[in-house]
Ligand binder design. Sequence first.
Ligand SMILES: Cc1cc2nc3c(=O)[nH]c(=O)nc-3n(C[C@H](O)[C@H](O)[C@H](O)COP(=O)(O)OP(=O)(O)OC[C@H]3O[C@@H](n4cnc5c(N)ncnc54)[C@H](O)[C@@H]3O)c2cc1C
Length: 438
Amino acid sequence: MAISRRTLLKSAAGVGVLGATGLAIKQSNAIKTNAHIAIVGGGAAGIGIANMLNRYLDGAKISVIEPRDYHWYQPGQTLLLAGSYSNKSDVVSPITRYIGSDINWIQDSVTELNPDSNSITTAKGSVVSYDYLIVSAGLELRYDLIEGLSTDDIGQDGIASIYYSPESGLSSFKQAHTFVEQPGRGNAVFTRPQGAMKCAGAPLKATNLVEYFAQQSPNRSQFNFQYYTSEAALFAVTDFDLKLKEIWEERAIYAYFEHVLTALDKQAKTATFTQQNGAIQKVDWDFIHVVPPMLPPQVIRESSLADQSKYKGYVEVNPLTLQHKRYANVFAMGDCVGTPIGKTAASVKSQLPVVTDNLCALLEGRSPTSQWSGYTSCPMILDVGHAMLWEFDYSMKPMTALPFQVVDPLAESALAWRMEETFLRPVYDVMLKGYTPI
Ligand SMILES: Cc1cc2nc3c(=O)[nH]c(=O)nc-3n(C[C@H](O)[C@H](O)[C@H](O)COP(=O)(O)OP(=O)(O)OC[C@H]3O[C@@H](n4cnc5c(N)ncnc54)[C@H](O)[C@@H]3O)c2cc1C
């Protein structure tokens, strides 16, 4: 049975209504406990798990330590670049819209994680003791590792980066349009950093969108589109990688592999890339979209919760149960976990029931057996109106939550675009409320 766009939008509206009501209905089988659960970071994962646990537990104290008083819907950053969103308020909302009133929000930053004493220390000097800890502090953006680039440069003189902030999403849209509207200034460069990053599809989406803007101008042939990635492929899933390479060949977007952006000269408008063999290449740009290197936050990197080997600095978890490998009362979720894939909000959605179930198991004296599949989703935006709905898990094979007949992940689809533009936000909002119906 094919799902029509109308049906999809109707269900999106339904999901949105559920999110907007703010209803948090206790599960009838909620576990009675007076445990204190501390959650470090109140972003997508932290707020979602606080609200979900709140429904499944009766009597628990749940504290979220989060310095920001707002929530930033980061997946909306590509929609700011697309022009589908045009205001900061499209991606930023007061955090109190999502944090339930019975959750203890501590507006502070965690400066020390002390799992040996089951406590954390905050910037304001408080020591918070816990029975269970969930670490969900996201990633640090390290623009400072690119010599010559300051975050103040974003949104000026052809420099764009949708990663930095809501404002940078808006200014990247302006920079892209200034670029395509100026004939004779035609070199567009896009970068993808070394190492793990959140939404590894977003640098590709940014490239597709700006190239699409250039197609709308009468001068497409005057523009040169180049994508420099530190990786050996465009995307880690082979089927998706091959499909995008095919599309880029048609669209004349040229990819350069194993190139790491190490410096930017704003005056000369050159970017310096270092190749694996140490060779240096300088590339001229008129427009550049920079994606910075990303690391787990310092507080995690420097704690005894950090992995010291393969996923150095990330929280060392069992990749299936998301329980810490050495501290049984600690879990981690979201971008800061040491797993091979899964740094998306879609991954958070699929981690929520796993962590909830496993924490409930510990509270009831059972072993945590719920397993995360590594599920990740990345709607690969191709232009303003088309996308491919890419979903995969630890198997690194394409998979779909909806039947293939509805959304073929290798087909350029208006429906997949519509889902990205209209459907994902209400699903995300409901997730923050602690529900994962889809
Ligand atoms: C440009 C862009 C496009 C994206 N597109 C998509 C997409 O299409 N689909 C998708 O599924 N995902 C997408 N994502 C990824 C998605 O937004 C993240 O994977 C998701 O937000 C991860 O949730 P998180 O809670 O781990 O991290 P975050 O949501 O970043 O939250 C981390 C929180 O921890 C807090 N924190 C940090 N340090 C401390 C500390 N020391 N003490 C206390 N709190 C702290 C921060 O203030 C923050 O609120 C995109 C991201 C970006 C940037």
